[in-house]
Ligand binder design. Structure first.
Ligand code: CMC
Length: 422
């Protein structure tokens, strides 16, 4: 059986045979037969925009792998910083490589005083921390003018390290400002996640000691959120990166894409939904409303996964460990009941709607004390690694400027009418 497709233009009878390579067919080949006829694919539902060797995702089978390694093994045995190295450089680091990597990240966590004093403290007192983060990341490009040298290997690595290292500092600074607490400087003696928790929660103690169970749980959540191939924000990163903008500007664009409730904001919506339901007894009635179309079961369904999101399974286990420390989130019972009913209901089964990564992550964040506004910020910290891995891959591929076509549906040519005659 040949691994090809044949397309015939019925207007002319001309045909072309196109090979299927890695489950894709070349649009350039298609254009040889049909110049000026475009695939109409809003939302890129059936378009592969690039070749990528970073993350493998099989939504039918519920498989997620970073550089070939199953997400389950990484979540169980690895750390976020090691996974970051893997995503960026393709292999797990040796001991020496990891020590060097950790040191580089640790010693780039400080931000320029002007970013904090002049820039972050200039926001309105009730500014949303995600809005602050998006703007602060963009502003970093004005502090690191060498970032424009995107094809200079050394400069590129420096910006990658700075971005990964400074993201938690900016994130915590945005939170502290929004609750009126003084800024906490990074503590270079702490690991990546514990340092972030210290910058978030430290009050008057000389050194903040994060609970190791909570620090490990957050590290696992960071691993699970580090990359997810061509999602909305990564696509934004690639599109902006394709214009050869500096990585701070491109990361700000990606973070802006993550801000929306359909992407990084969904776990906040889950908590709001659980609070609205209010009690386990109200779950069946809520499910009926979802089925009638007047509500949406947030944290369920996914564009790509048509079975249980593998990240959701890991998060559910992690939630149990966190609740042993923090006490059970009172919303958990409602979530469990929702899942139990939905997974037996024909409406959800026939549409292949299962819990996604956001169904339980918000419960963990809330139990740890993070305010709802910080949820997308908590997503942006680890996803910065995925964005940068894709940005680097894109530049090494010497990819084209992203510039899709459109199907024009506006008026035909017409003559300008002077205002006096309209
Ligand atoms: N609750 C109820 N019905 C749903 C839901 C849901 N959460 N999700 C999909 N459906 C129904 C939808 O109404 C449609 O039914 P019908 O065929 O009768 O019209 C069918 O399932 C297909 O839905 P769709 O909207 O065409 O599917 P999509 O691939 O465009 O949507 C989604 C994917 C994630 C936007 C959607 O499932 C959703 O809105 N889920 C809730 C929000 C959410 O949890 N988002 C986080 C996604 S994971 C985060 C990440 O990886 O970045």
């Amino acid at each position: 059986m040949p691994e090809t497709i044949t397309i015939t233009d019925n207007r002319t009878g001309d045909s072309i045979e196109i090979p299927i390579v890695n489950n894709g067919v070349s649009a350039a080949e298609w254009s040889k037969l049909l110049p000026g006829i475009w695939f109409f694919d809003p939302g890129f539902m059936a378009t592969a925009a690039c070749e990528s060797a970073i993350t493998y995702l099989d939504g039918e089978a519920g498989i997620l792998r970073y550089r070939g390694y199953p997400i389950e093994q990484l979540a169980e045995q690895s750390t976020f910083l090691e996974v970051a190295y893997l995503l960026l450089y393709g292999e797990l680091p040796t001991k020496e490589q990891f020590e060097h990597w950790k040191r580089e990240i640790t010693y780039h966590t400080f931000i320029h005083e002007n970013v904090r004093k002049r820039f972050l403290e200039g926001f309105h007192y009730d500014a949303h921390p995600m809005g602050m983060l998006v703007s602060a990341v963009a502003a970093l490009s004005t502090f690191y003018l060498d970032a424009k040298g995107i094809f200079d290997h050394e400069s590129r690595q420096k910006q990658i390290i700075r971005l990964i290292a400074k993201m938690p500092t900016l994130a915590a600074a945005a939170h502290r400002f929004s609750v009126g607490m003084p800024f906490v400087y990074p503590d270079n003696s702490l690991d990546f996640t514990s340092n972030f928790l210290s910058m978030m929660w430290k009050v008057a103690e000389p050194r903040f000691e994060a609970n190791p169970v909570l620090a490990r749980a957050l590290d696992i959540l960071f691993i699970l959120h580090a990359d997810h191939e061509q999602n909305c924000s990564t696509t934004a990163m690639r599109v902006v990166g394709s214009s050869h903008a500096d990585p701070y500007s491109a990361t700000a664009a990606a973070a802006a894409a993550l801000y929306g409730p359909r992407h990084g904001g969904a776990n906040e919506q889950v908590i709001k939904m659980l609070m609205e339901i209010g009690h386990v007894d109200n779950v069946p009635a809520f499910i009926e409303e979802v089925k009638a179309g007047s509500e949406r079961l947030m944290g369920f369904g996914h564009r790509v996964y048509k079975s249980y999101d593998p990240r959701a399974k890991i998060i559910k286990r992690t939630a149990d460990e966190v609740f042993e420390v923090t006490g059970k989130n009172p919303l958990l019972d409602i979530a469990l009941k929702l899942e139990e009913i939905a997974l037996q209901d024909e409406y959800f089964l026939s549409r292949r709607l299962y819990p996604n990564v956001d169904f339980y992550s918000g419960l963990i964040y809330q139990a740890m004390g993070f305010p709802l506004e910080m949820f997308p910020v908590l997503f942006a910290i680890p996803r910065t690694v995925g964005w940068l891995a894709h940005w680097q891959e894109l530049l090494d591929q010497d990819s084209k400027l992203a510039r899709p076509r459109q199907v024009y549906i506006g008026p035909d040519a017409r003559d300008y009418v002077p205002m006096s005659q309209r």
